[in-house]
Write a protein that binds this ligand. Structure first.
Ligand code: XLS
Ligand code: NI
Ligand code: NI
Length: 439
């Protein structure tokens, strides 16, 4: 059965179009810097926000009106969701999806039954994948919602919970492999703490590393060759999350010798919660060689939590695509819309409007970023700004030829070469010009 009967395929109609159910900027086959847009952007749909989120919040129950959610049998609902999800992705021209184990199938009475439920739904997903050609970008485990994870999963004080989390990851990894997923994500939902009065951080971090090491070993054992990714996030749900931002995740990975096994999945709203810009987190990951994939969304300037809104800020998407292009583009990664419609946007058509908004904003950002790079606007400026290290005393510093004594002699003899302006406002104006004038 078709769930979005009144809505056809969303096509590119160009910036002049007034059709709300059309792309104004996302033109999948248009070539930008030698590659079709669709291959640059590698858009993915998040199963949870798009098909299981029903609009509940702390103050009220779900508001979404969803025809695929009508049956009393949770397995029926799960199956219908698969059909609705693939119809949606086909109509939206979204080539990938991402999922948690718990998004696709209902919990059984025990782990065994849960896994059997997953297997049954995986068969339906595989049929739809074969029919449509839509692929899996990544799978992950939800080891944070269930009450057993109250003290964490890999960082729980309770070893049997650690074991359960490992079992769940094992299954989700097998399923991701079976669905041809090209990445596997770890977001440490409850891996953190509320108070040090009851927490042994040393044990918790060691155990978390042990869990990740087991995941690396198991991936190897079953021949899962996808990229393993860690998704940093601060504050939420625990007060102190161990994977707070890109820098803290990298420090952790390096301490435990795991830095070659993992890359990062950078989420826009998590960056801002960590008091960084989205660009900062992408940039930090890029210059450290660990930029893997992106969770595309945006927060609200006035709200201090993960609001997961669809990205509509052209500055953010431009600068994000700028970093992604500088990194050489995605390899296994992509842009997963870890974004949800607002509670009041409860009609099916709002899902289409939301994804169109996000996809168009990223497509336009890609084009602006490509022009900025082609014209080397910021790159030339930076090259000149750091040019004192390409000759003379600067080059000696870089080449390791001088120490404090030689530098003291240099300072006594030469004093300071006058500083030049950083030209921030000038550069911001140029950025605006590129944003306004890109066709
Ligand atoms: C939550 C995270 C989550 C991960 C996958 O804030 O963004 O959705 O992406 O578990
Ligand atoms: Ni996310
Ligand atoms: Ni998030």
């Amino acid at each position: 059965m078709a769930y979005f009967k009144d809505i056809g395929k969303i096509n590119y109609e160009g910036p002049e179009s007034k059709n709300p159910l059309a792309f104004k900027y996302y033109n999948p086959d248009e070539v930008v810097m030698g590659k079709p847009m669709k291959d640059h952007l590698r858009f993915a749909m998040s199963w949870w926000h798009t098909f299981t989120y029903m609009g509940s919040d702390q103050f009220g129950v779900g508001t979404m009106v969803r025809d695929w959610d009508k049956s009393d049998d949770p397995m029926e609902v799960a199956k219908e969701r698969v059909h609705a999800a693939f119809e949606f992705m086909e109509k939206m021209q979204i080539p990938f999806f991402c999922f948690h184990d718990v998004d696709i199938a209902p919990k059984g009475k025990d782990l065994k039954e849960t896994n059997e439920n997953i297997d049954k739904i995986v068969e339906v997903i595989k049929e739809e994948m074969a029919r449509t050609g839509i692929k899996c970008l990544w799978g992950t485990t939800n080891a944070f919602s269930d009450p057993k994870f109250v003290h964490g999963a890999g960082t729980s004080n309770n070893a049997s919970v650690f074991a359960y989390a490992a079992a769940q990851i094992k299954k989700a990894m097998e399923v991701t492999k079976e669905l041809g997923g090209v990445n596997y994500v770890f977001w440490g939902g409850r891996e953190g703490y509320e108070t040090l009065l009851n927490t042994d951080m040393g044990i918790e971090l060691d155990n978390f590393a042990r869990l990740l090491r087991m995941a690396v070993d198991y991936a190897e054992e079953i021949g899962f060759t996808g990229q393993l990714l860690i998704e940093p996030k601060p504050k939420e749900p625990t007060k102190h999350q161990y994977d707070t931002d890109a820098a803290s995740v990298l420090a952790f990975l390096r301490k435990y010798g795991l830095e070659d096994k993992f890359k990062l999945n950078i989420e826009a709203n998590h960056a801002t919660l960590a008091m960084h810009t989205f660009q900062h987190e992408l940039h930090y990951a890029r210059v450290n060689g660990v930029l893997g994939s992106v969770d595309a969304n945006q927060g609200d300037y006035l709200l201090g939590w993960d609001t997961d809104q669809f990205p509509t800020n052209i500055y953010d998407t431009t600068l994000a695509m700028y970093e992604i292009l500088l990194a050489g583009g995605f390899t296994t990664g992509g842009l997963n819309f870890d974004s949800k419609v607002r509670r009041a946007s409860f009609e099916d058509v709002d899902l289409f409007y939301a994804y169109i908004a996000g996809m168009d904003t990223f497509a336009r950002g890609l084009k602006v970023a490509a022009r900025l790079l082609e014209d080397k606007v910021f790159e030339d400026f930076k090259e000149d700004r750091y040019s004192s290290y390409t000759h003379g005393i600067g080059k000696d510093i870089v080449d390791g030829k001088v120490g404090f004594k030689e530098l003291e002699a240099y300072a006594l003899e030469n004093g300071i070469t006058p500083n030049k302006s950083g030209r921030q406002e000038y550069l911001e104006t140029i950025l605006n010009q590129y944003i306004f004038e890109t066709k």
